[in-house]
Design a protein around this ligand. Structure first.
Ligand SMILES: [Zn+2]
Length: 150
Protein backbone atom coordinates (compact mmCIF):
# COMPACT_ATOMS: atom_id res chain seq x y z
CA UNK A 1 0.00 0.00 0.00
CA UNK A 2 1.22 3.49 -0.81
CA UNK A 3 0.93 6.23 1.76
CA UNK A 4 0.74 9.88 0.87
CA UNK A 5 3.38 11.86 2.73
CA UNK A 6 1.77 14.02 5.39
CA UNK A 7 1.62 17.69 4.46
CA UNK A 8 0.95 19.21 7.88
CA UNK A 9 3.13 22.19 8.73
CA UNK A 10 5.34 20.20 11.13
CA UNK A 11 6.05 17.58 8.48
CA UNK A 12 6.69 20.16 5.77
CA UNK A 13 9.12 21.96 8.02
CA UNK A 14 10.86 18.64 8.65
CA UNK A 15 11.11 17.73 4.93
CA UNK A 16 12.63 21.10 4.17
CA UNK A 17 15.14 20.96 7.01
CA UNK A 18 16.03 17.31 6.34
CA UNK A 19 16.83 18.03 2.69
CA UNK A 20 18.73 21.20 3.49
CA UNK A 21 21.01 19.27 5.88
CA UNK A 22 21.73 16.68 3.19
CA UNK A 23 22.35 19.33 0.53
CA UNK A 24 24.62 21.50 2.69
CA UNK A 25 26.45 18.63 4.45
CA UNK A 26 26.73 15.95 1.77
CA UNK A 27 29.72 13.97 3.11
CA UNK A 28 30.12 11.51 5.97
CA UNK A 29 32.66 13.80 7.64
CA UNK A 30 30.40 16.84 7.35
CA UNK A 31 27.49 14.89 8.85
CA UNK A 32 29.74 13.79 11.73
CA UNK A 33 30.73 17.38 12.44
CA UNK A 34 27.23 18.74 12.01
CA UNK A 35 25.71 16.22 14.41
CA UNK A 36 28.48 16.62 16.93
CA UNK A 37 28.05 20.41 16.94
CA UNK A 38 24.28 20.02 17.14
CA UNK A 39 24.42 17.72 20.19
CA UNK A 40 27.02 19.91 21.89
CA UNK A 41 25.05 23.11 21.37
CA UNK A 42 21.90 21.42 22.68
CA UNK A 43 23.85 20.17 25.71
CA UNK A 44 25.48 23.55 26.37
CA UNK A 45 22.16 25.37 26.27
CA UNK A 46 20.32 22.80 28.43
CA UNK A 47 23.06 22.73 31.09
CA UNK A 48 23.28 26.51 31.20
CA UNK A 49 19.52 26.87 31.69
CA UNK A 50 19.56 24.06 34.28
CA UNK A 51 22.29 25.83 36.28
CA UNK A 52 20.47 29.12 36.02
CA UNK A 53 17.19 27.59 37.26
CA UNK A 54 18.94 25.78 40.10
CA UNK A 55 20.53 28.97 41.40
CA UNK A 56 17.23 30.81 41.00
CA UNK A 57 15.53 28.14 43.10
CA UNK A 58 18.17 28.20 45.86
CA UNK A 59 18.04 32.02 45.91
CA UNK A 60 14.33 31.74 46.64
CA UNK A 61 14.91 29.35 49.52
CA UNK A 62 17.35 31.81 51.09
CA UNK A 63 15.44 34.94 50.34
CA UNK A 64 11.65 35.09 50.60
CA UNK A 65 11.68 38.71 49.52
CA UNK A 66 11.55 38.50 45.75
CA UNK A 67 11.38 41.16 43.14
CA UNK A 68 8.39 40.88 40.81
CA UNK A 69 10.77 40.26 37.93
CA UNK A 70 12.01 37.04 39.55
CA UNK A 71 8.51 35.85 40.41
CA UNK A 72 7.20 35.41 36.87
CA UNK A 73 8.22 31.74 36.95
CA UNK A 74 6.73 29.75 39.84
CA UNK A 75 8.91 27.52 42.02
CA UNK A 76 6.78 24.50 41.05
CA UNK A 77 7.34 25.28 37.38
CA UNK A 78 11.09 25.50 37.97
CA UNK A 79 11.20 22.23 39.96
CA UNK A 80 9.24 20.40 37.25
CA UNK A 81 11.46 21.79 34.51
CA UNK A 82 14.58 20.81 36.45
CA UNK A 83 13.35 17.22 36.71
CA UNK A 84 12.69 17.08 32.96
CA UNK A 85 15.98 18.73 32.08
CA UNK A 86 17.87 16.35 34.31
CA UNK A 87 16.60 13.42 32.21
CA UNK A 88 17.27 15.28 28.97
CA UNK A 89 20.83 16.04 30.03
CA UNK A 90 21.39 12.36 30.84
CA UNK A 91 20.04 11.33 27.41
CA UNK A 92 22.17 13.93 25.64
CA UNK A 93 25.21 12.66 27.50
CA UNK A 94 24.44 9.14 26.24
CA UNK A 95 24.05 10.41 22.68
CA UNK A 96 27.38 12.19 22.98
CA UNK A 97 29.03 8.91 24.01
CA UNK A 98 27.52 7.19 20.95
CA UNK A 99 28.58 10.05 18.67
CA UNK A 100 32.15 9.58 19.86
CA UNK A 101 31.96 6.01 18.54
CA UNK A 102 30.65 7.28 15.21
CA UNK A 103 33.54 9.76 15.10
CA UNK A 104 36.01 6.85 15.19
CA UNK A 105 35.00 6.04 11.61
CA UNK A 106 36.88 7.68 8.74
CA UNK A 107 36.01 7.01 5.11
CA UNK A 108 38.20 7.24 2.01
CA UNK A 109 37.72 9.99 -0.57
CA UNK A 110 36.15 7.50 -2.96
CA UNK A 111 33.48 6.59 -0.45
CA UNK A 112 32.96 10.26 0.40
CA UNK A 113 32.31 10.89 -3.30
CA UNK A 114 29.65 8.20 -3.15
CA UNK A 115 28.07 10.08 -0.23
CA UNK A 116 27.97 13.28 -2.32
CA UNK A 117 26.47 11.43 -5.25
CA UNK A 118 23.70 9.89 -3.13
CA UNK A 119 23.11 13.23 -1.34
CA UNK A 120 22.43 14.81 -4.74
CA UNK A 121 19.87 12.16 -5.52
CA UNK A 122 18.18 12.30 -2.10
CA UNK A 123 17.87 15.99 -1.34
CA UNK A 124 15.65 17.14 -4.22
CA UNK A 125 13.26 14.20 -3.81
CA UNK A 126 10.15 15.32 -1.95
CA UNK A 127 8.99 11.74 -1.40
CA UNK A 128 12.15 10.31 0.13
CA UNK A 129 10.99 7.27 2.08
CA UNK A 130 13.78 7.41 4.66
CA UNK A 131 12.89 10.97 5.48
CA UNK A 132 9.23 10.04 5.99
CA UNK A 133 10.22 7.30 8.42
CA UNK A 134 12.48 9.64 10.38
CA UNK A 135 9.79 12.25 10.60
CA UNK A 136 7.54 10.22 12.89
CA UNK A 137 8.99 12.11 15.87
CA UNK A 138 8.01 15.51 14.53
CA UNK A 139 4.55 14.45 13.52
CA UNK A 140 1.72 15.80 15.67
CA UNK A 141 -1.16 13.52 14.69
CA UNK A 142 -1.68 10.03 16.17
CA UNK A 143 -0.95 7.87 13.12
CA UNK A 144 1.11 5.44 15.18
CA UNK A 145 -1.41 3.50 17.27
CA UNK A 146 1.25 2.05 19.57
CA UNK A 147 2.42 5.55 20.52
CA UNK A 148 0.23 7.46 22.91
CA UNK A 149 0.06 11.26 22.97
CA UNK A 150 1.70 11.60 19.58
ZN1 LIG B 1 2.43 15.64 9.58
Amino acid sequence: MTEEPCQCSDCQRFYKEHDRLIREFPTFKQQQELNWASIQSFRTLCSKVTNELQSQLSDRELNEDLSSEEKHISSIEITEALNELESVNAYLYSIEALMERIFDTKLSNNIESKFKEIANELAPDPLNVDRLILNRLFHQTPDFPDKKNH
